[in-house]
Design a protein around this ligand. Structure first.
Ligand code: PLP
Length: 460
């Protein structure tokens, strides 16, 4: 999907070719390779640089790129590293699926960000150029973030600007919050199914995961109470609004019950508030944070979802000593988020274009979601939709019992369609075969074509 992936893919293809060539032989020029791989000159150059870094080719300015002599390719011996490294904390397979994992040719029916045409591109270009020219963008901000941005982000919540810590995206907010609020080896409870990135964040923080089933109204609070008793966990991870992957919104009654449980057991609730601005059918409920004066809820906000995947900017909103600890220990990781990003975020969030963008986004997401639902119902009725999401970016769908989602997703990949394998959203065995579809990354025509190709696979 990304240029990096594409460049590596081209490098792999060239590597196979180089093996059959003689040392000193010339590779085709960048223009020819661009035409052959249907990639930009920059992507081909990146692929050649990758090969050059491995000593497989050498570039001679003005002459071209040549296959290196074999004597320049010593086989490295990394075997000592396997002994020196302790067991990997983070599941590399799950990690590889976060972010883009297809190519530019794939139909992205599973991707958690907006399609390029849905981003506020013009505003970002304008605000970005202006920010780049501002002296403030090239100076450090206070560690917790620029005072202006903290004030703007605090106004998204019933929060004091001092409660806000600017971080570079929701994922970083999750890892950092889990690492700071929980001791390694302790348990974090997640709803199930849940966002695979939260599972990775917990692994990275050295935490043990316990999962509690969720239904259309969010986490099952009766089961949560049992699990809190059983595990003595001090942290719960939840997505109360438009959960990824199910789209569920935690019901009003359960919101109250979660807060009561948090108070009774003295636990933190990490509220992953990624979809706050991705509502489709009416505004989402207020953040859990707003109903919790006692500092149990720590909210995580991100701009990468409603604005742009490359706008790596988010916030952790936390009250009390936990908030102080988060802000104080943050400097161990990073002295501040790139001030240029902070400046762009301030510009965007205070621009008159921002509410216009959100309004347009709501209409576009509604159209694409409805197209996806209609396409599944008309073309592939064997895929059952338990509930249509009222916001967010994802639709959770069930396949007939016995379907092998691993095989189906692999076949879909080969057929040029990315679709999310439900297995990745569970910490243990999935209770049934599920797929996750995303409607924010593909056009309407792509959505219909993607469902058609998937139906062909299901009928085989
Ligand atoms: C539920 C959820 N939380 C957090 C994130 C992290 O996103 P980012 O780091 O881009 O803010 C994602 C991204 O897919 C997500 O789906």
């Amino acid at each position: 999907m990304s240029n990096d992936n594409r460049a590596s893919e081209i490098a792999d293809r060239l590597r196979e070719r180089i093996v059959t060539m003689r040392a000193g032989e010339k590779l085709p020029g960048v223009r020819n390779l661009s035409a052959e791989f249907q990639a930009s000159a920059a992507t081909v150059s990146a692929a050649l640089s990758e090969l050059s870094a491995f000593g497989l080719v050498r570039a001679e300015p003005g002459r071209g790129t040549f296959v290196s002599g074999r004597e320049r390719l010593p086989e490295p011996d990394f075997s000592w590293q396997s002994q020196a490294l302790a067991g990997a904390r983070v599941d590399a397979d799950r990690a590889a699926r976060l972010g883009g994992y297809g190519t530019a040719e794939h139909i992205p029916l599973s991707w958690g960000y907006l399609a390029p045409e849905l981003l506020p591109n013009e505003e970002l270009h304008r605000i970005g150029s202006r920010a780049a020219k501002s002296g403030r963008s090239w100076m450090m901000t206070p560690h917790a973030g620029s005072p202006e941005l903290r004030r703007i982000l605090a106004s998204e919540y019933r929060a004091d600007p001092n409660d806000v810590l600017v971080v570079s995206g929701g994922q970083q907010g999750l890892v950092f919050t889990m690492r700071t609020l929980a001791e390694p080896g302790s348990t974090v409870i997640t709803e199930s199914p849940s966002y695979p990135g939260a599972i990775l964040a917990a692994q990275s923080a050295g935490l043990t995961l316990a999962s509690v089933p969720a239904d259309a109204d969010g986490i099952r609070v009766d089961r949560l109470a049992d699990e809190l008793e059983r595990t003595r966990a001090r942290v719960i991870y939840l997505q109360p609004s438009y959960a990824n992957p199910t789209g569920a919104v935690l019901s009003t009654e359960r919101r109250k019950q979660v807060l009561e449980l948090a108070a009774r057991h003295g636990v933190f609730v990490i509220e992953d508030d990624w979809a706050r601005h991705l509502d489709i059918d009416g505004r989402p409920p207020a953040a859990l944070f707003d109903d919790d004066p006692d500092g149990h809820v720590v909210s995580i906000f991100t701009l990468s979802k409603p604005a742009s995947p490359g706008l790596r900017l988010g916030a952790i909103v936390a009250r009390g000593p936990a908030g102080e600890r988060l802000r104080a220990s943050r400097t161990a990781d990073d002295l501040c988020v790139a001030p240029l990003m902070q400046e762009i975020a301030c510009g965007l969030l205070t621009s008159s274009a921002w509410p216009r963008h959100l309004k347009r986004l709501r209409t576009e997401l509604a159209t694409r979601r409805d197209t996806l639902v209609s396409a599944i119902r008309a073309i592939a009725p064997e895929i059952r939709i338990p509930s249509v999401p009222r916001g967010g970016l994802h639709l959770w769908a069930r396949l007939p019992q016995g379907s092998d989602t691993r095989e189906i997703c692999a076949a879909a990949y080969t057929a040029g369609v990315l679709v999310g394998d439900g297995r990745h959203f569970f910490t243990d065995e999935p209770p049934a075969p599920f797929l996750r579809f995303s409607y924010g990354a593909a056009t309407e025509a792509q959505i219909i074509e993607g469902v058609r190709r998937l139906d062909d696979i299901l009928e085989q």
